[in-house]
Design a protein around this ligand. Structure first.
Ligand code: FAD
Length: 349
């Protein structure tokens, strides 16, 4: 826990609702709850907005190393068009990208909400009819009656399990938490290894000629997608290329060393793309352990426990054709609507 100016411990926040995770799902829920007048404490372990709609700086170049572009669907299209009006999104062929980076979409979703960045919630304890979010030292970060849990299911289960070690509430709550964890355990994400390459201007120009739009082109070998990020609207022209490995390759190499993976993906790109080894200026790899849902969680929350689940796997159905980010956004709307029913008859704090 951090210390205040007098060296004493910093008090935890009292709120109506704790939101854990400020990716697209948590950001969407938090904004709606703040707009409805609730006191909301939002925590995200990242240094800034993005989550899997992330934009990462390597030296002086920015890479969209999570989702490369988004597909518009249903009312998510309207939200993307609204983000475009606000200057946070642009169309690229039939897809959409954030401007100046994919993370601008999450910043747009947050609106005036200011999460506490760089704070990892390590445990979520349900006791005395309240949720207590605790840090790695076990100190309380926030106490609230309601919780929106907007992180990938395996991570959500870990936080609830860790909360139990701080003492559980009554026996009924313990049973309900067990059922919640079991339902979350149904969900599954595939991993994706990404590689962030800087290539020479000549190589970037050749790639641009062959590009079919953001995230275009299934290529050979371990590679699933290649994106020339510097060809996206609002980006600096710095030869940024993002490679995404296929999910089966990513699963097989999940625990490999990042440097070895970067070397393998660079070699694959030289095989599959019109670039030479001497034109690759730098390369780093990033492992997305929970990249894309392949199985969803049917349970969307528990009103007695006052927990609403959100995230791309929540309510997502394999084969239904709903893209992950659209589901994340929708789950945030639905989580906020659920939370509002809990406080419908109560004065807001
Ligand atoms: C490589 C890749 C390619 C993709 N391609 C596409 C695509 O083409 N189309 C598409 O629709 N979607 C795509 N996606 C998926 C899309 O990015 C996600 O569906 C969407 O961003 C998920 O949003 P979310 O809010 O559910 O989760 P996340 O973005 O994962 O947000 C969760 C947040 O919780 C925070 N967090 C986690 N644990 C804690 C903790 N203990 N304490 C505090 N904070 C915590 C994280 O920092 C993160 O910001 C892709 C994703 C990846 C990685």
């Amino acid at each position: 826990m951090s210390a205040n100016a007098n060296g004493g411990p910093e008090a935890s926040v009292d709120a109506d609702v704790i939101v854990v995770g400020a990716g697209l799902a948590g950001a969407t829920a938090a904004r709606l709850l703040v707009a409805a007048g609730h006191a909301v404490a939002v925590f995200d372990k990242g240094r800034g907005p993005g989550g899997r709609l992330s934009t990462r700086r390597v030296d002086d170049a920015a890479f969209d190393h999570g989702a490369i572009a988004l597909q518009a669907q249903g009312d998510f299209s309207e939200w993307l068009a609204e983000a475009e009006q606000a200057g946070a999104a642009a169309r690229m062929g039939t897809a959409w990208v954030g401007v100046p980076g994919m993370n601008a979409l999450v910043q747009h979703a947050l609106g005036p909400v200011r999460p506490r960045w760089g704070i990892t919630v390590a445990a979520l304890q349900r006791a005395g009819g309240r949720w207590i979010a605790r840090d790695r030292e076990g100190q309380p970060l926030a106490v609230a009656t309601g919780l929106v849990l907007a992180i990938p299911p395996p991570q959500a289960i870990a936080l609830i399990e860790a909360g139990r070690s701080h003492g559980s509430g009554d026996a009924t709550a313990a049973v309900a938490l067990g059922a919640l964890c079991a339902a979350l355990g149904d969900a599954q994400h595939d991993p994706v290894w990404a590689a962030l390459l800087r290539v020479s201007a000549a190589a970037a120009a050749r790639l641009r000629i062959g590009a079919s739009g953001a995230g275009g082109g299934v290529v050979d070998g371990p590679l699933q997608r290649v994106s020339l990020d510097d060809a996206k609207p609002g980006r600096a022209d710095a030869g940024q290329v993002v490679l995404h490995a296929r999910s089966d390759w990513s699963i097989a190499h999940l625990d490999d060393d990042a440097e070895a993976v970067a070397d393998r993906l660079v070699a694959a790109s030289i095989d599959a793309l019109p670039i030479n080894a001497s034109e690759v200026v730098s390369a780093v790899a990033h492992r997305w352990r929970y990249a894309l849902p392949v199985r969803g969680c049917r349970l969307t929350g528990d009103d007695a426990l006052r927990i609403a689940l959100a995230g791309d796997a929540i309510g997502w159905e394999a084969g239904a054709g709903v893209h992950a980010a659209a589901q994340a956004w929708r789950s945030g709307l639905e989580a906020a609507a659920r939370v509002r029913t809990w406080y419908a008859d109560q004065p807001k704090s």
